[in-house]
Design a protein around this ligand. Sequence first.
Ligand code: UDP
Length: 367
Amino acid sequence: MVCFAGVPSHRGSGVVKIITITGTRPNFVKEYAMNRELADRGIEEVLVHTGQHYDYELSEQFFHDLNLPRPNYINTLVKGSHAWETATIMTFIEDVLSAEQPDATLVYGDVNSTLAGAIASSKLGIPVAHIEAGVRSSARYNPEEINRRVTDVVSDQLFAGTTSARDNLLAEGYDPGRVHLVGDVLFDALRTACETHGIRQYRGEYDVLTVHRAENTDNEARLTAIVEAVGATERSIRFPVHPRTESRLKQLELWDRLQDFEHIEVLPPLGFLQFLELLAGCHKVITDSGGVRREGYMLGKPVITLIDIVWFPEIVESGWVRIADAHDWEGMASAIAEHDPQTERPDVFGDGHAARRIVDILSQTYG
Ligand code: UDP
């Protein structure tokens, strides 16, 4: 049964109560930044894990490494289609929200858990705060693009990480009073992790490769071309393989082909701190990830993206992030070999204090 949350019972106590929805690897990294800030500022946080990522390497390892509290609610999700996954998570979150009656629901980024949390919350009349609002590309078919746009529509507070994200929201007619340019919490997470764990940034000898987007893993021609391109470069490459990518590589008999290349070191998916250390000491970054391309840029690495979707136009315009066509292995191989930007690298993602600004606004609005 759906029950409307109404006015939270703890209203007037002066304590703001937030429910945070997490479910995937990129969410856990951002929660690392937000969790600390919420706790430091005395905001009560109820942490929800939707179960969207449940493999140890993509989930539990992050809670352990990043010292995140055990979630108050954990869903055990069985994988299915996008609609099934979103609907299942939505009903799970609806029960949690109805029981907890928070002042607001915090959602991150663009995964199915984000969409499910935003819809369930807004239909219960609980305000939604979206971190990473306003990121747009022209790829309307892309599942994350759909999640992002719909989440923004039902969100009450829209936290933009970059000026282009803020401008996108304003151009779409969002109320400027609800749009806040705060910086990227991923930069906060990276900055804090590097400082806390003494991770040093230097230009090493190897490149880092990550591939996990459905556009590449679910397309045989593209995945084959990526393997051939990295094979042809003969550069030293370290490749932590996402579970989805590993199973596709095996299905397509590309896994053995990859092992044939002595210059490519195939690794399991790494915990955030280990991965950050790998990135901080690499030469170049080759990726189709939205997060890893930003982290590569933040750490001053030339980045080659293996998907022609531009999510953060500033970093492409700066010349540091180059888009390669994943259909064309020769083009990709030469982009990887040649990309060596000498231009300025502007600060695009703020000053590493986005979480503080977000908590300021949440406290003022819901306190
Ligand atoms: N990441 C990690 N270990 C890895 C690969 C990535 O910890 O082996 C982190 C990375 O630092 C980034 C996040 O996972 O913060 C990005 O997740 P992913 O690429 O899965 O998703 P996207 O950012 O494309 O949504």
